[in-house]
Design a protein around this ligand. Sequence first.
Ligand SMILES: [Zn+2]
Length: 296
Amino acid sequence: MSTEHDSLRQDIVEIGRRLWTRGFVASNDGNISVKIGADRLLCTPASVSKGFMTAEMMVITDLDGKLVSGAPGRKPSSEIQMHLVAYRERPDVGAVVHAHPPLSTGFAVAGIPLDRAVLAEVVTTLGSIPIAEYGTPSTRELAESVAPYVKAHDGLLLANHGALALGRDLFGAYYKMETIEHFAKISLVARMLGREHLLSREEVERLQALRGTYGIAAPAPICPDPSPAGAANADPSCQVIFAPSAPGERLVPDTSVASAPGPVSVGTDGEIRLTYAQLNELIDEAVRQLAATGRH
Ligand SMILES: [Zn+2]
């Protein structure tokens, strides 16, 4: 059966299949939308697994989320509100992908934004990935919580919920979702290993200049101020990236993650840093030894 916007419908089916195959969604989680006109969106319907959709299932809404057309019984996902805010705030955005990838969602649950200058390709493409404040899923509250962040970011975490990616087209948005999850995975491994070397502020500035050279359309420049990691960033004009200044250096050892679980870390200053668990173990061992000494 030939349907209107058939190739876009097929793209949504394919992206849904990839989200499900990669474990970025469980059950009927996630939603995908693409702009097909000044006041029209093609989007995934409510209550379907993203791994097993068909082209005919998709629904068309206006930019207020009102159903325009769709197969009988199909209605838009209630989380479409979040997509509408992204289209409203960013006229350059043509597609939105929302999912619950486990590693990025883990960072969103822990309240740790992905805003450290760690990977060059993330700095040049997404910049920072902040966390939008928690809002009850499917409500206006959640939609409004993402509004300040989507102005300057193509990727964001949703506190205790998931992740959101914006793109010029469907695959552009989907690939950003892949990058967010991949970045979360690498960040987690580095922190479990007990250290994380950061790109220096100067290197970040070099990468920022490359954005223009490669024609990468970032929604906003990187903020010049090296704000502390984890700082709330609802600044709509630039992206806050944690990158310490170190003139002449491209990489900067960062010891601020030494309190994360992992092996005993020795800072570049020679100082040994222990986790609470490691410190408790040492104290327990000392007490055991004292007790043993007392018995002899
Ligand atoms: Zn969700």
